[in-house]
Write a protein that binds this ligand. Sequence first.
Ligand SMILES: Nc1ncnc2c1ncn2[C@@H]1O[C@H](COP(=O)(O)OP(=O)(O)OP(=O)(O)O)[C@@H](O)[C@H]1O
Ligand SMILES: [Mg+2]
Length: 256
Amino acid sequence: MKLAIGGKGGVGKTTIAASLSKAFLQKGYHVLAIDADPNATLASAFGIPDASDITPIVKMEELIYERTGAKPGSIGGMFNLNPRVDDIPERFSKTVEPGLRLMVMGAFKTGGGGCYCPENAMLKALVTHLLLDRREVVIMDMEAGIEHLGRGTAQAVDRLIVVVEPGRRSIETAKTVKRLASDIGLRRIGVIGNKVRGREDEEFLLRNMEGFEILGMVPYEDAVVKADMEGQPPYMAFPRLLEEMGKVADALLKRT
Ligand SMILES: Nc1ncnc2c1ncn2[C@@H]1O[C@H](COP(=O)(O)OP(=O)(O)OP(=O)(O)O)[C@@H](O)[C@H]1O
Ligand SMILES: [Mg+2]
């Protein structure tokens, strides 16, 4: 199963991506967590204090050149749009703990979201051609907003999970994401409500997210903020988060 986690800035995408990864791991799955946000922070949500030894894929100039036939930073021109990528996760990921690996995509030096450049071809091919065993899950922590939908890195996922918080703006973003996702043929969209402070918040989300598949709700919890400040995994500080993600994982396994 391949999952991408999106939504408005700051709603808790990275928190959810790390916690859902841990939940699948606990169920005996092998998890490849991919930080697909140019501003990469997923490592810290796994409690990795120094992520400097994880080289982002887009920074591997020689590898990109070897596989696509073009130098990173070049736009247009001729290059292989379908580079071989099957060995990359194995070679270029960091083991967070047994069964859980982390790969970082990194930021482009040039070009916008939908750029026709070798880096994007690599990232797209990576997600598209990753072959998974039955007990394997890929979880991608996406960039905030909608730009990545133009880049198409999430195009090959089985489900796009949009994180929303009780508030109009995150709901507007979720609706835009849904519309644009469906434009590129991605129709399986689920929602996780986060930072829910009680009944009223939950009802607000249910009322405003009609037509979306609600996968779960996570309460607002100060310990999650504190964990972020201390560089600890949020699911360690707040076990309920892991419990909720366990339920989300079960629902996803049943419906996929
Ligand atoms: N359930 C929660 N309760 C309280 N705080 C939370 C909760 N979930 C996330 N947060 C806090 O909200 C902030 C943003 O979380 P996070 O970095 O996961 O969001 P994001 O959507 O990945 O942000 P960005 O758009 O910058 O990538 C962090 O300080 C985090 O600790
Ligand atoms: Mg994030």
